[in-house]
Write a protein that binds this ligand. Sequence first.
Ligand code: PEP
Length: 255
Amino acid sequence: MRTPLVAGNWKMNLDRQAAVALAQAVCARADATQGVDVALYPSFVYLEEVARTAAGSRVAVGGQDVCDQEAGAFTGEVSSAMLRDVGAVTVLVGHSERRHVYGETDALCSAKVRQALAAGLQVCLCIGETLEEREAGRTEEVCRTQLLAGLEGLSAEQMRSVVLAYEPVWAIGTGKTASPEQAGEVHAYLRGLLSAPFGQAVADATRILYGGSVKPANAADLMAVPDIDGALVGGAALTAEQFLPIIDAAASTDR
Ligand code: PEP
């Protein structure tokens, strides 16, 4: 049985005080709620403080990105070891803003995944098609390429530390959500893809989150879909008023 996961990607939002206050509220709700895992992805500069705030709670804290290299002359980058050192246990890789605003390739994402796993971090690998790709009927092809490239060379054992997030680019930050049917189709397709390289047990056990304008009003319907194992949330993760009901929706979904 897959425990749903609700993850908040704060992106380049919230100042120190707001980040800590929100983390406190999320930890309190997560600790009072059974049947759902919760993760927060603050900015690098507040990560240590948020991780300290969450210490001892059920909330996992992670980086929004990580360097593909272990250490050295990579100005502006943050290594997996550094993330671990400040209390991160998980990291996002291949978020659509990294892919489409900063031009990250599948090869780079794959190197990041391997680097993070080798350092003992859990990875949330994000994939998803653009509107143009969807309209051209290329959703499955694009998602398959990103998925298989991102996970290339991993063992079934390493897959225990991987979560996938299907985030159609056209739904991120736009207010347009994929319908439960649209998202469910892609999630089922992605799960099917995992069995050839990793075996049926891994395919069955891997959590696949949906991301793209998840709000309190649509969370329950999305998470009722059998292959949707939680949500990666951007805008609605920035306030307790919006994020806590999404945690509640995941916890009360019949699995
Ligand atoms: C995201 O950035 O991962 C995301 C899903 O954002 P939003 O919820 O704002 O669409």
